[in-house]
Write a protein that binds this ligand. Structure first.
Ligand code: UT7
Length: 318
C-alpha cells in the first residue's frame, strides 16, 4: 500500500524578532542579513514554551487537515535537536499532550535533516508494519542553543514547528526517498556540550563554519535530489516544487540552479521564519499547501541537509 501525506500543519511562536531588532543588540544590519541569507525575521519561543508545546498546535492542525482525530494516530516521530528533556523523548511528551497512548513514539536526531529522516522512516514503518496514520513533526527552539553574541550564527536561526500526517492510501504519495550521513564532517556544525553528572561539560551553544556548511549543503542537496529522481525513474522536468531545507536563500538558489529548476518552482519561506532546523521543511510545505501553490497530482522534491553531517530527500506525488 502506498503512503500519502494527508494533512499538514505548522506553528510559529507569537514573538517576532526582525533583523532591525537584532541590529539594536549586536553589530549587524538588516542589509547584511538579507543580502547574505534572505532572512528578514525569526519567531522566538517564550520562556514558558517547550519544543513539545510548539509541536502540539502544528500536530493538531495536521491531524485536522487529514480529517482525523488524535486517536487515529498510531505512530509518532518527532525530529528535533532541541528536545524538552534528555528523556523522555519529545515524541512521548507530545503523545501525552495529544491525549493518546499505545502506538510507538520516538525522536529522530538528524538536525536539519531530521524531518526528512522521520518522513522516510514513517513511510517504511507504515509499509512494513501494522500502522495506519503516522504523525511526523519537526519542532525546534534554536533560540536556546544560540550564542547571542556571535553575529555569524545568531542571526540565522529561529523557533517553530511543522507537521504532517502520513496515511496508508490507495494512490501513490511517497514515491522514493534516500538518507545519508557522513560523520567525518561533525566539526563544521555542532553544539559540542553535554550534561555530565549534573553539570554542562563543553560548550553548549551552536558553533559553525559557515562557508564549510554552505559548500557542503549545495553539493549534497542537488546530488540527493538527483539520486531520488533516478530511483523513481523520473527526471528534473517532472518536479513541480522543490521544497528544500530553509537555511539560506543563497543555498536554496544555488541548489535550484544545479537542478536546473527555475525560481518559480522553488518554495522559499526562510524570510519569514529563518532557519528552524528540523521544522523548516514541514513549515515551508504547510505554507505552500495552505496558500494553494501545491495542487493534487504535482510532484514535490523535499530535500534536507544538516549537522552530522546528514542529508536526504523524499519525492512525493501530492
Ligand atoms: O542548516 C544549516 C545552517 N547553516 C547555514 O545555513 C550556514 C551556511 N553559511 C552561510 O549561510 C554563510 O556562510 C553565512 C551567512 C553564515 C556567512 O556568509 P559569508 O558570505 O560566508 O560571510 P563570512 O562568514 O565570510 O563573513 C564575511 C564578513 C566577516 O567580516 P570581515 O571578516 O570580512 O570583516 C564577518 O565578520 O561578514 C561578517 N559578518 C557579519 N556582518 C554583519 C558575519 N556575520 C555578520 C552579521 N552581520 N550577522
Amino acid at each position: 500500500m502506498p503512503n500519502r501525506i494527508t494533512g499538514t500543519g505548522s506553528f510559529l511562536p507569537a514573538t517576532v524578532w526582525t533583523n532591525q531588532d537584532l541590529a539594536k543588540r549586536i553589530a549587524t544590519t538588516d542589509e547584511w542579513i538579507v543580502a547574505r541569507t534572505g532572512i528578514r525575521q525569526r519567531h522566538i519561543a517564550d520562556d514558558t514554551q517547550s519544543t513539545s508545546d510548539l509541536a502540539l498546535p502544528a500536530a493538531l492542525q495536521a491531524i485536522a487537515a487529514a480529517g482525523l482525530q488524535p486517536s487515529d494516530i498510531d505512530l509518532i516521530i518527532v525530529a528535533t535537536t532541541t528536545p524538552d528533556m534528555v528523556f523522555p523523548s519529545t515524541a512521548c511528551l507530545l503523545q501525552a499532550k495529544l491525549g493518546i497512548a499505545g502506538g510507538p513514539a520516538f525522536d529522530v536526531q538528524a538536525v536539519c535533516s531530521g524531518f526528512i529522516y522521520g518522513l522516510s522512516l514513517a513511510d517504511h514503518l507504515l509499509t512494513g508494519g501494522p500502522y495506519r496514520n503516522a504523525l511526523v513533526v519537526g519542532a525546534e527552539i534554536y533560540s536556546r542553543i544560540l550564542d547571542w553574541d556571535d553575529r555569524g550564527t545568531c542571526v540565522l536561526f529561529g523557533d517553530g514547528a511543522g507537521a504532517v500526517v502520513l496515511s496508508r492510501g490507495q494512490q501513490p504519495g511517497i514515491i522514493a526517498s534516500r538518507l545519508h550521513a557522513d560523520g567525518s564532517h561533525a566539526d563544521i556544525l555542532k553544539v559540542p556540550g553535554h550534561v555530565d553528572r549534573g553539570a554542562i561539560r563543553g560548550d553548549p551553544l551552536l558553533r559553525m563554519d559557515g562557508q564549510g556548511v554552505f559548500k557542503f549543503a549545495v553539493r549534497v542537496l542537488a546530488d540527493v535530489a538527483n539520486e531520488v529522481l533516478a530511483d523513481a525513474g523520473m527526471n528534473r522536468s517532472q518536479i513541480d516544487w522543490l521544497i528544500p531545507h530553509q537555511a539560506n536563500v543563497r543555498i536554496i538558489d544555488a541548489t535550484a540552479r544545479k537542478l536546473a529548476l527555475p525560481p518559480e518552482k522553488v518554495v522559499t519561506t526562510v524570510a519569514l521564519h529563518a532557519n528552524t532546523s528540523a521544522a523548516s521543511i514541514p513549515l515551508a510545505l504547510d505554507i505552500a499547501v495552505r496558500d494553494g501553490r501545491i495542487q493534487p497530482g504535482q510532484h514535490l522534491m523535499l530535500a534536507g541537509v544538516g549537522g552530522g553531517f546528514t542529508w536526504g530527500a523524499v519525492l512525493v506525488r501530492w
